[in-house]
Ligand binder design. Structure first.
Ligand SMILES: Nc1ncnc2c1ncn2[C@@H]1O[C@H](COP(=O)(O)OP(=O)(O)OP(=O)(O)O)[C@@H](O)[C@H]1O
Ligand SMILES: [Mg+2]
Length: 587
């Protein structure tokens, strides 16, 4: 019901158009429903040889039939004029909400199920609009018109129809509850299938690596067994509806017809009998219509609950009420006593992090996999707020800045850059819509990707494929560096990929990075230590705390964790590149 209220809040904007649309709709139904009355006029006057009146009724019958058709087309036209902008606005609102939701929401979401909910919600909006304002509304107007004429002919016939109507409404309600129960179970199984299909599509590479096509098919097949059972329960509930409503309406109609027949020659003309049978046979189908419409509405409300439920999600990381801006941002950062645990986990990923980064400094984070390096960056970007402590940007608590402002001061080259399934130009200029072509080219040149782009047959218009699959790891990273540089950030964050690049790509990325380091703070999360020897400060993270801070030379001298990690890596290099340890500059 809450979602229905929200539905009408969205619709409130169109109240005058709705009034016009419903008025036209009313005319359609009246014209359609009144026809048995004109038939009665024709029959009664044929019997009394009053052909001039018969002719008038014939014209009225013709006008009703043709007119109803024309006016109905008009009412659909006005309905669509509301429906199109209305459903678009809802879709855009929900999409925008999803986009604005926390990083944590996106981490937990299931894309397949969300797309299902989105699609079903969208068709629910259409279905509710149509079922309530076209169908249900018309059934009630038809009922009023029918009762009006039936009451004039015979009150016990009219009351019988009313009783049948009320009885059928209860019957319909009971049947719908059964139907929806089975539908909800069927939907769950459908969502599961959709989730498996999406997951397999996203992971197609892994499927291919492991030649697991049969395994995936089996996974789907098991879910389809449940799906079939649920489908049968659902389909059978329709048969139950056919049988119950058909029988109850049939008996009711027979009873009313019998009442009408009994009245012939007792105040009822043949014309009256035809009129009554015309009205009630028209109503026989309305009962089925009523079941489907009410069911559609009830079912759509469940879908709408899920759809509008997205709008109910609260953002945990909120913008401040009175946001601040920084006059001349320089990119000085400070982490003060930061602690953090991911929701649902008791273990702290970060604990007691104290760190100052001056503007223009190049700082490297190193540490074992899972030490919390990427997490620290997520806190800096306010993807999450720390459980304790503060982060300052140029001395201002980042919670005092809006998220979009804060993020506009920084740019990230993520550990695994992902591209939109679009052109190189679209992806490169993503962070700065109004960038000129020369700015785009400069960013590409600084990131060492320009010559590659220009060597492609379609150059800037080359499509990169889903998630950027058509590019190599190194190309994707350089494109991501160019994309970040284009926004001219005060702080550039480079979360180096864990995967190894060949020495040429690595050299290109390093030179891109050193070009990028001018006039800004740079944070490098380094997995290849060759990248960071010249860093102003190396921060060694271990189990979520800072184990060591210093320059390369000092940390090597100190002989702690950094030295150990460095030696391990150098040994790896020795094995892979057949180089001598002496050449790797460990001193
Ligand atoms: N969304 C999440 N929910 C729960 N735990 C998470 C989440 N993201 C990361 N973690 C956990 O937090 C810890 C730190 O992860 P993080 O990604 O910061 O490591 P990292 O130092 O960047 O590692 P790597 O060098 O492998 O990239 C890991 O144990 C990881 O499993
Ligand atoms: Mg990481």
């Amino acid at each position: 019901m809450k979602s229905l209220r929200r539905f009408y809040q969205f619709l409130g904007k169109y109240k005058w158009q709705m009034l016009l649309f419903l008025s036209i709709s009313t005319v359609t139904v009246v014209l359609e429903t009144v026809r048995p009355y004109w038939l009665k006029g024709i029959l009664d006057n044929v019997q009394t040889n009053n052909f001039s009146i018969v002719f008038i009724y014939l014209i009225l019958f013709g006008v009703s039939t043709i007119g109803a058709n024309l006016v109905s087309a008009l009412s659909y036209y006005f309905g669509d004029k509301i429906m199109i902008p209305f459903s678009r606005e809802i879709r855009e609102t929900v999409f925008q909400k999803i986009m604005e939701l926390d990083f944590a929401y996106h981490v937990d979401k299931n894309t397949g199920s969300l797309i299902s909910a989105f699609r079903r919600g969208d068709s629910a909006v259409y279905s509710i609009f149509h079922s309530i304002h076209h169908e249900l509304y018309q059934v009630f107007i038809a009922l009023i018109v029918t009762l009006f004429f039936l009451f004039r002919a015979s009150s016990d016939i009219a009351i019988s129809l009313l009783v049948l109507f009320v009885f059928n409404i209860f019957l319909i309600w009971w049947l719908i509850k059964i139907n929806l129960k089975y539908r909800s179970a069927f939907n769950d199984s459908e969502d599961k299938i959709s989730g498996i299909i999406t997951d397999s599509l996203i992971n197609y590479e892994t499927v291919k690596f492991f030649a697991a096509e049969r395994k995936e098919r089996h996974r789907l097949s098991t879910s389809f067994d449940i799906w079939s059972d649920k489908f049968w329960d659902f389909a059978n509930s329709f048969r139950l509806m056919d049988i119950s409503i058909g029988t109850s309406s049939g008996i009711g109609m027979l009873f009313i017809l019998w009442l009408a027949i009994k009245k012939v020659n007792h105040g009822f003309t043949l014309g009256d009998l035809v009129m009554v049978s015309g009205f009630i046979t028209g109503f026989y189908y309305q009962f089925f219509n009523l079941f489907f419409r009410i069911r559609d509405i009830a079912k759509s409300i469940t879908d709408l609950d899920k759809y509008f439920g997205i709008l109910e999600n609260d953002t945990q990381v909120k913008d401040p009420q009175n946001p601040q801006t920084i006059k001349n941002p320089t990119g000085a950062l400070a982490f003060k006593k930061i602690a953090f645990a991911y929701a649902g986990s008791r273990d702290r990923v970060l604990d007691d992090i104290n760190l100052n980064i001056e503007s223009g400094q190049q700082v490297a984070f190193v540490g074992r996999s899972g030490a919390g390096k990427t997490t620290l960056i997520k806190l800096l970007l306010r993807f999450y707020d720390p459980s304790a402590g503060l982060i300052l940007f140029d001395g201002v608590d980042i919670r005092q800045l809006t998220k979009s402002y804060l993020r506009s001061l920084m740019a990230v080259v993520p550990q695994e850059p992902i591209m939109f399934n679009n052109t190189i130009k679209f992806n490169l200029s993503y962070g700065k819509e109004k960038a000129t072509f020369s700015e785009i080219k400069k960013a590409a040149a600084d990131a060492n990707i320009l010559s590659f782009i220009e060597s492609l047959p379609k150059k800037w218009k080359t499509e990169v494929g889903e998630r950027g699959i058509k590019l190599s790891g190194g190309q994707k990273q350089r494109l991501a560096i160019a994309r970040a540089l284009l926004t001219n950030p005060k702080v550039l964050i480079f979360d180096e990929a864990t995967s190894n690049l060949d020495s040429e790509s690595e050299r290109q990325i390093q030179s891109a990075l050193s070009a990028a380091s001018k006039n800004r703070t740079v944070i490098i999360i380094a997995h290849r230590f060759s990248t960071i020897r010249k860093a102003n400060k190396i921060v060694v993270l271990s189990n979520g705390t800072i184990a060591e801070i210093g320059k390369h030379r000092d940390l090597i001298k100190k002989g702690g964790l950094y030295k150990m990690l460095w030696t391990l890596q150098a040994k790896g290099k020795l094995v892979s590149n057949n180089e001598s340890l002496v050449n790797t500059d460990i001193k």
